[in-house]
Design a protein around this ligand. Structure first.
Ligand SMILES: Cc1ncc(C[n+]2csc(CCOP(=O)(O)OP(=O)(O)O)c2C)c(N)n1
Ligand SMILES: [Mg+2]
Length: 409
């Protein structure tokens, strides 16, 4: 018998960075319209293929095909396009504001706009989302005022959070947008707990949890999955696989599993993998999962396959770790262009109508920006000492009151 060699350890090697060709052969694709659509009460064991297939509705010509076509009206489609264009315009303007020194920090969701805009359109006003910093589309598509978001980004006198949060960490109970936490993966345990509470209270509201590919490596992700599996609360468990976690490629957190959606199978949770740049597919899978949750059929895991077309944040430069031209090589295209192609191909809108919609969106976002700038920026707004003490405790503890008195605020 031969002696075994030394045991081995696999150290993931970074994918080709700058100077290499863009490489997406690892992304499992399916033909548009090919994935079957089970009934919402189908047994999880009968739909495991959907964790490996890719649910797509729009074909290359912009035509909706297959059983996942959500049958949207012209108004639904134009509303979706308007929301995505608004997010894109808002992101572009806030990035420029950071470059101009008018805010300290910003994070765009360029290329991922369909994920949150499609998802939000299928939720009701009483439902609660638990977003990360990459889901500003949930807030914008819910109709939250852009000016308030900008006031926070500019850290001006009208910042609703008085400078106590990072510029992009919004919160709005009334718009079903749970306070964003910079501590990633907490969204999963919080959303699952909120959904459990909703069921215990006998409410009809459902929860929606958000996490990035990289953050699934956190133990909170697995704890949330286990509680969702055991107690079957009404929660939609969303993993946004945008291929990158800052400069770390998605395959490090994915390990040797072939998809992130496959994570759900071991928990017995129905798991769907969807083309995240296909607005129609995004609405359709969200509706399927939300219908299940509302019908008392439990949680659904959704892996949104998309691509982070911009930098992680204003603090990094992807040219240092990604091949040049990688965004152009992404096989699922751009979500805005794909929805526009659909509207044009079906005759639901003309090019002139789309152009005027884009102009209208620009004017609306510019108007909100001007209104926000009228309240100043972080440079014109010296921080107030009283902001450190107010709205933090319902009843201020004596030692903080003493400090506040000492500060004379
Ligand atoms: C618990 C925790 N660990 C580390 C970080 C630092 N961090 C901020 S963003 C990020 C990458 C997250 O990547 P991913 O989950 O893929 O989300 P994406 O930025 O791609 O949307 C890391 C590691 C953090 N905010 N929280
Ligand atoms: Mg990511």
């Amino acid at each position: 018998m031969t002696e075994p060699g030394p045991v081995r350890l696999e150290i993931p090697s970074p994918p080709g960075g700058p100077g290499h060709h863009a490489e997406f052969s690892h992304v499992r694709l399916s033909e548009p319209g090919a994935a079957p659509r089970p009934e919402i009460d189908a047994e999880p064991d009968t739909m495991t293929d959907l964790a490996f297939d890719l649910i797509r509705v729009l074909d290359d010509d912009g035509i909706a095909v297959g059983p996942w076509d959500p049958g949207l009206t012209r108004d639904d489609l134009l509303r979706g396009l308007r929301d995505m264009l608004t997010v894109r315009s808002y992101d572009r303007r806030m990035l420029t504001a950071q470059r101009q020194g008018k805010t300290s920090f910003y994070m765009r969701s360029l290329g991922e706009e369909a994920v949150s805009c499609a998802h939000r359109a299928e939720l009701g006003p009483e439902d609660m989302t638990f977003p990360t910093y990459r889901q500003q589309g949930l807030l914008i598509a819910s109709g939250y005022p852009l000016e308030l978001m900008m006031n926070q980004v500019y850290s001006n006198v009208a910042d609703p959070l008085h400078g106590r949060q990072l510029p992009v960490m919004y919160t709005s109970r009334s718009h079903g947008f749970f306070s964003i936490s910079g501590n990633l993966a907490t969204q999963f345990i919080q959303a699952v707990g909120w959904a459990m509470a909703s069921a215990i209270k006998g409410s009809t509201a459902i929860a929606s949890a958000w996490i990035g590919d990289g953050s699934t490596a956190e133990s909170d992700f697995h704890s949330g999955m286990l509680f969702a599996s055991t107690y079957q609360p009404p929660v939609l468990l969303n993993i946004v696989n945008n291929q990158w976690a800052i400069s770390t490629s998605q395959d490090v957190a994915r390990g040797h599993a072939s998809t992130f959606a496959a994570r759900g199978l071991g928990f017995g949770i129905p798991s769907l993998r969807v083309d995240g740049n296909d607005f129609l597919a995004g609405r359709s899978v969200t509706r399927w999962a939300a219908d299940r949750a509302r019908a008392g059929l439990g949680p659904t895991l959704i892996e949104w396959v998309t691509y982070r077309a911009g930098a992680h944040s204003t603090s990094d430069d992807p040219d240092g770790y990604r091949p040049v031209g990688e965004a152009a090589a992404w096989p699922l295209g751009d979500p805005v262009e794909r929805l526009e192609r659909h509207l044009l191909a079906t005759g639901a809108a003309t090019r002139a109508e789309l152009d005027s919609l884009a102009e209208e969106v620009e004017a609306t976002v510019a108007e909100a920006q001007a209104a926000a700038l009228a309240h100043g920026t972080l440079h014109t707004h010296p921080a107030s000492v009283k902001d450190m003490f107010e709205d933090v405790y319902a009843e201020i503890p004596p030692h903080l009151q003493a400090q506040r008195d000492e500060a004379g605020s």
